[in-house]
Every structure is written in C-alpha cells, then in structure tokens.
Ligand binder design. Structure first.
Ligand SMILES: NC(=O)C1=CN([C@@H]2O[C@H](COP(=O)(O)OP(=O)(O)OC[C@H]3O[C@@H](n4cnc5c(N)ncnc54)[C@H](O)[C@@H]3O)[C@@H](O)[C@H]2O)C=CC1
Ligand SMILES: O=C(O)C(=O)COP(=O)(O)O
Length: 523
C-alpha cells in the first residue's frame, strides 16, 4: 500500500489517475495537520508548502516529491537528493495561464484598470486621473525566454509591440524563429518601455533588477514580475517609484508570501495579485494530471519524464536501460561484498550496444548497489553520485570497442587503498544478466540470491572438501561455477544456495589451507 500526501490545493479531478487503486491511499491535508508523516511514500505540493530538510527528515518513507507547477524554489532539492528522494515538477501545464495573466497585468498596468475599478466602485467618475498608454508600438523587454517568456512574446507581437529578449541560454536560431530581438541585458534595459521577468529564482537571477540595473532603464518604465518574488529587488524599487522613474509595477509574486508588511503595496502605481498566474481551472487540471501520472509511473517502477534530480528518460529508453542498470546494481553489490577495503576510484567501461545508451543512469545503478553496503542511509539512483562524491570516491566512465565476444559488456574496476577488483557483466537477451569475469577469471553465473565466492588453489580434492563441509551442515548447493587461469594455479568458485549461510560455515571453509578467501554474498 502506497500513501500519498497532497499538502496543497491540487485539483481533485486532475488527481484521478491516483484514485480508485486498492494499493494507493490519497490523503489531502496540510503538513501541519498530519501526525504520521513517516508513513507517506509520496508528497504532492504547489508553492505554499515548503519542503525543507526538516520536513524531509520527518518523512522517512517518502520516495518522491511532486510539484504541481513549475517553480521548485520551495523545495530543498539538495536535501531531497541527499536522501534519495526524487523531485519532479509539471513544467508545461500552466504556461499559457501564466502568460495570459502576465498579459492581463500588463494591460491593467498601462490602463490603470485596478485603480479605476476601485474609483468607480467608490462612486467616483474620475476619467482624467486614469489616462493610460497604448501597448501598440511600445518596446517590451522580456528577461527569461523559456516557456512563459516565449508565449508572452507571441501575444506582444499580436499587439504590435517590439520584443527584446535577454536569456543567456537562448540561441540565435530560436530567437530568429520566434521573431524576437535577442539582446544583452544592458541593451534591453536601455530600449524597453515595459520589462517583464520570466526566469526561475536562482543565485544569478535574484535581484537581476536592482538599484544598478534599474538606474539603466528608461525614465517612465513599467515593470512586471509574475515569475518569482526577489527577481526584482523589492527594496531597491522604492526610490525609483518615489522619483517616478518607474511609472508602474505589476506584481503577482513576492519575496515573502503573503506580503503582509510589504511597503510597495502602499504605492498607488503598484498593482498586485496573490500569486494567481497558474490559478485557472485549465492550468490546475493540467498540472494535477501531469504529476498524478508521473507519481503513478514512479511508484510502479516506470520512468518519469520531468525529474529535477535524475536524468530524464522516455519509456522506450528506460525499457532499454533497465536490464543494464539492474545488472550494474547487482555488480555493485557483489563487488562491494567481495572487496571489503575502503575504495578510492571506480571506473565503469562500456562496450558494444550498451555504450549507445544513457550510461550515466547505468553507472548510477552500479554506485547505488556498491554504496548500499557502505552507508547507513537509503541509497538509489537519485543520490548515488552525490554520496560517492561526498565519500571522496572518484568515478568515471570509459567506452571501448572490445566486447570479448558479447553483444554488450560492462567492466568495472574498483581501486582500493591496497588492492583493486575487476568484475565484468553482460546482459543476454531472453536469458538475463550474467557475470562473466571476476578478477580476470572467466566464469559465468546469474548474479542473484545467496552466493559464496571462494578463492582457492587449483588442486584435487578442494571442491570435494567444500562440498563435504556444506553437506555436513545440511546445506544444499543450488549451482556451482569454477574458473581458473592455468592448471594448478589459483582458481575461483561461485556457489549459490537457497538460503543465507551461517557465519560458522564460512569460518570452517576459511580455515582450510588451500582456500585463500571466502566471501558470503547476498544479492
Ligand atoms: N506566477 C505564477 O503563478 C507562476 C510563475 N511561474 C514562474 O515563471 C518562471 C518561468 O517559468 P517557465 O517559463 O515555465 O520556465 P522556463 O524554464 O521555461 O524558462 C525560464 C527561462 O529563464 C532563462 N534564464 C535562466 N537564468 C537566466 C538568467 N540569469 N538571465 C536570463 N534568463 C535566464 C532560462 O534560460 C529559461 O529560458 C519560473 O520562475 C516559474 O516558477 C511559473 C508558473 C506560474
Ligand atoms: O508553477 C509555478 O511556478 C507557480 O508559481 C504556480 O504556483 P502555485 O502552484 O499556483 O502555487
């Protein structure tokens, strides 16, 4: 049974994919109203709930946090990643609503509609106080030209405006295709009659409109922020409004929401809405449906398409990758149990067909399998690379043309403080994962269940003695593979059992002269 906490107001209709399953319970409550946070598997939020490290530390069972919207600045992504919690959002569903809201705010701003509305409702008829400005032929500056910014540009062009955009990630080809003028920030500031921001809130965009940049804008400029509070520095705006340099401001978002003690709201020429950009029936249905489907996918072990902290894979790609990442997870676990010492470096080499896939995901599989025996917290593909780096272990990928006769081959070399260990695996279509080489010994076994890895001398009687001891303890050997490099040299044995072996048996085997080492492995 999976428990899902819907902590903000998310469309119930949109959550339909999660409802009506015997194995899923959906609870709609604010975090503060829940006293069994540790029992939830998934958390769904909008912008109101702050998903902090502290909250995640209480939700010990949570596997996925879904943001029914775009901005994830209310979620501590690093804290989620560290805990192996995947974070997803719904980036497409509210684009149009937010672009339309921004445009409504722009028209309201230059025609003083909110102020005039208040005046008429106060039974005034004061036409001369509300003389506005046309949008036609005005120059619009858009900072951040992603989904919403580009929808605004289309609407601005329909209104006959000139459109100038600043976005360091915008290619000239895309700007040309969308018929906008791509400029540097300074140029945009100098030319725009109206400036609207549509970036995420990041270290780079926080206060991108500040005292310095505002001083470079045209006198009488209008500003809009329907993206995130703080992209326009609220405090820096005040003197520009007082002097009339900034003629009007439209705000849908604030540095602190709700903006109870925000002095900007005292200004007649500042109009505001309470973070309504995405608040339409359509947008809410879209984003709720998107996250509901994604959460369902994730809980069912299928790929998600809008993850913030995991490489995004399509269903087709995921299906191709999954057998390899399951193999590398087993290889990581096996290797970690065979090689007890601290490790310094991990290299994964891909050969054959697997080299054409998204190998970062497959490498993460290895790291998570490897680390699960060495860290005291849950580790998976989400946090595996982060924890590996935190532990000071370097890791990298290589690609090789050498496939050793297999259609695909994954070779891992782990370097420790005193020794190194190599393991090679392959995935055989319709047959499954196989380990085909350990420490340069050719072998062939299925990496699963309860195993015993024995290094021994290639001498008559060794295998018989091992069998006898196991038989004396009433242990049934399910499978057995041996490998050696040369006659009479060192050899290896890999045995599998139906249940885990007692430590006492391992000790007895280890006591033999001709046995170099014995490792009990559980996969
Ligand atoms: N008011 C509301 O209710 C809503 C607000 N939003 C907010 O709108 C913003 C934009 O959303 P989308 O267009 O969907 O995101 P997006 O990711 O499609 O676009 C953001 C754009 O900002 C650009 N950018 C990043 N750093 C930049 C920088 N330093 N300078 C200039 N451009 C930069 C990126 O290259 C990207 O093109 C987000 O902050 C989001 O949270 C989104 C939906 C509703
Ligand atoms: O999607 C976004 O980034 C938004 O800002 C919308 O926020 P909301 O879901 O309406 O709280």
């Amino acid at each position: 049974m999976y428990k899902i906490l819907v902590a903000d107001a998310i469309s119930s209709e949109g959550l339909a994919p999660l409802l009506g399953h015997d194995t899923i319970q959906v609870v709609q409550k604010k975090v503060s109203e829940v006293d069994d946070l540790a029992t939830y598997d998934a958390l769904l939020v909008r912008s109101a709930t702050k998903v902090t490290d502290e909250l995640l530390s209480q939700m010990t069972n949570v596997k996925i946090v879904a943001r029914a919207g775009v901005g994830v600045d209310n979620i501590d992504i690093d804290a989620a990643t560290k805990r192996g919690v995947i974070v997803i959002n719904a980036p497409n569903g509210n684009t149009i609503s937010t672009a339309e809201h921004t445009f409504a705010m722009m028209a309201s701003l230059v025609r003083h509609i909110p102020q005039a509305n208040i005046s008429v409702k106060s039974r005034e008829w004061n036409r001369s106080s509300f003389v506005g400005t046309e949008l036609y032929k005005k120059q619009l500056g858009i900072i951040g030209f992603g989904r919403i910014g580009s929808e605004i540009a289309k609407r601005a062009k329909a209104f006959g405006m000139g459109v100038h955009v600043f976005d360091p990630f915008l290619t000239a080809a895309r700007a040309e295709k969308l018929g906008v003028n791509a400029v540097e920030l300074e140029q945009l500031l100098a030319v725009a009659d109206i400036i609207t921001v549509h970036t995420p809130l990041t270290k780079e965009t926080k206060g991108i409109l500040n005292a310095d940049t505002l001083s470079k804008t045209k006198k009488g400029v209008y500003l809009l922020n329907c993206a995130r509070g703080g992209i326009i520095d609220e405090e820096a705006l005040i003197p520009f409004l007082q002097s009339g340099h900034v003629k009007g401001v439209a705000l849908d978002v604030f540095e602190v929401e709700p903006p109870v003690s925000q002095p900007l709201l005292e200004f007649e020429q500042v109009i505001a809405t309470p973070h309504l950009g995405a608040s339409t029936k359509e947008a809410q249905l879209n984003v709720a449906e998107d996250v509901a489907q994604e959460v369902l996918n994730y809980l069912n072990g299928n790929p998600v398409s809008s993850s913030i902290n995991l490489p995004t894979l399509s269903k087709d790609v995921f299906e191709k990758i999954h057998p390899f990442s399951s193999l590398t997870k087993k290889m990581g676990s096996l290797l970690s149990q065979c090689m007890k010492e601290p490790v310094q470096d991990i290299t994964v080499t891909y050969g054959g067909t697997v080299a054409d896939l998204e190998t970062t995901y497959i490498t993460r599989g290895f790291l998570s399998g490897f680390l699960q025996h060495r860290v005291d917290r849950s580790v998976n593909e989400v946090n595996a690379s982060m924890i590996t780096k935190e532990r000071g272990i370097t890791f990298g990928e290589r690609f090789s043309n050498e496939t050793e006769g297999y259609s695909n081959v994954i070779k891992v070399e782990v370097r420790g403080d005193h020794s190194s260990f190599t393991l090679t695996g392959t995935y055989v279509q319709d047959y499954g994962p196989r380990i085909v080489n350990i420490q340069s010994f050719n072998i062939d076994f299925y990496p699963d269940g309860h195993l015993l890895y024995i290094r021994h001398s290639d001498k008559p009687g060794v295998i018989g003695r091992v069998g006898k001891i196991l038989g004396d303890h009433d242990v049934n050997i399910a499978t057995m593979q041996v490998g050696r490099k040369q006659k009479g040299g060192e050899a290896i044995m890999m045995l599998s059992f139906d249940k885990s072996l007692d430590e006492a048996i391992v000790q007895r085997l280890q006591a033999f002269d001709d046995i170099v080492s014995v490792r009990k492995i559980n996969l």
